[in-house]
Design a protein around this ligand. Structure first.
Ligand SMILES: Cc1cc2nc3c(=O)[nH]c(=O)nc-3n(C[C@H](O)[C@H](O)[C@H](O)COP(=O)(O)O)c2cc1C
Length: 310
């Protein structure tokens, strides 16, 4: 068993968090990651209702033996923080507050008995979340799927590990035992894994998203804002999203078209046009596989590799 601050603190057996992926990671995916020994985080998107959260939490709780975690987008709470109340009402063990300053919300997370963690993309972000009082940080690299920053996982992770006394996890491009072993050997307390789980039958979302990911190679992603603008998602400009390339990105990425034009050309029901957020680890996802199998496989192989060093 790989024992780290993360496994000891959460009482889990695999130092791995299932990434909170809005629109893709619901209760089944999160619950299966937890059942396999990690902790799966349910992705709470802006448009999710408290009823949806309660139903997904019940599924995750049942599968995962009661252990729950969620991820929220911090910037979206400024206009309406009722989703945080809905999350805390489920008595989670971990709440991830990423993309923005979590200071207004960390005391509420702690008062509810949960750990507060934040994904960060720069050393400036690290200083902001340290001041906010989070319990751990996740260095999220540019190769990650979904919204992320501009520094690669490995340079960011090394810089963050050198710069803080907080426990550090790594995210972005970790999709096998080799990836987990690498970040643990570097000094991380665990990994947060998204793309590797995205072709699992337990994910939410259209069937074409799983098929397209399996067919994609690691060169088939693009870091872009066109899908946010097409779908009127008011993401702060500093965060683009990494998605699989398709006809839509070929036509509109980097063209500087206005939101109305982008929205008119977008159709989420059409696989050639709809967004599939995924990271550069896409090339490592070669089949639809149950999430629990993936987590157990990552853990076993990481352990084998690390054993080489005693
Ligand atoms: C489809 C998708 C949706 C995501 N949604 C969120 C989200 O709602 N909140 C969040 O904090 N991170 C989100 N992320 C980022 C992940 O939490 C994580 O950083 C990323 O998946 C790690 O990199 P990897 O995909 O290479 O494993 C999302 C990622 C993906 C692929």
């Amino acid at each position: 068993m790989l024992e780290t601050w993360l496994t000891r603190t959460l009482g889990i057996t695999v130092p791995l968090l299932g990434a909170p992926m809005g629109g893709r990671a619901g209760g089944r995916l999160a619950g299966e990651v937890t059942r396999a020994g990690g902790l799966g985080l349910i992705g709470a998107a802006r448009y999710n209702t408290p009823q949806w959260l309660a139903a997904e939490s019940a599924v995750a709780r049942e599968l995962g033996g009661g252990l729950l975690g969620f991820g929220l987008m911090t910037w979206s709470l400024a206009a309406d923080d009722s989703l945080l109340d809905a999350v805390l009402a489920e008595r989670p063990r971990v709440v991830s507050l990423s993309f923005g300053d979590p200071a207004p919300y960390v005391p509420r997370v702690h008062a509810a008995g949960a750990l507060a963690i934040s994904q960060i993309n720069t050393i400036e972000d690290l200083r902001i979340v340290e001041a906010a009082g989070v319990d751990a940080v996740v260095a999220q690299g540019h190769e990650a799927g979904g919204h992320t920053g501009r520094i690669g996982t490995l340079p960011l992770l090394q810089e963050v590990l050198e710069s803080t006394s907080l426990p550090v996890l790594a995210a972005g491009g970790i999709a096998s035992g080799r990836g987990l072993a690498a970040v643990l050997a570097a000094g991380a307390e665990g990994a947060l894994v998204g793309t590797a789980l995205l072709a699992s039958p337990e994910t939410v979302g259209p069937e074409y998203a799983r098929d397209r990911l399996v067919a994609a190679s690691s060169t088939d992603t693009v870091y872009t804002d066109v899908f946010d603008r097409a779908r009127h998602q008011p993401w702060p400009a500093r965060w683009g999203g990494r998605a699989l390339t398709n006809d839509y990105t070929a036509e509109w990425h980097g063209r500087g078209a206005d939101e109305e034009t982008l929205a008119a050309a977008y159709d989420g029901n059409d696989p050639r046009l709809g967004v599939v957020y995924a990271g550069e680890a896409a090339g490592l996802v070669r089949e639809q596989r149950p999430a629990g199998e993936i987590v157990r496989d990552i853990a076993t192989r990481a352990e084998e590799l690390l054993r080489r060093f005693g």
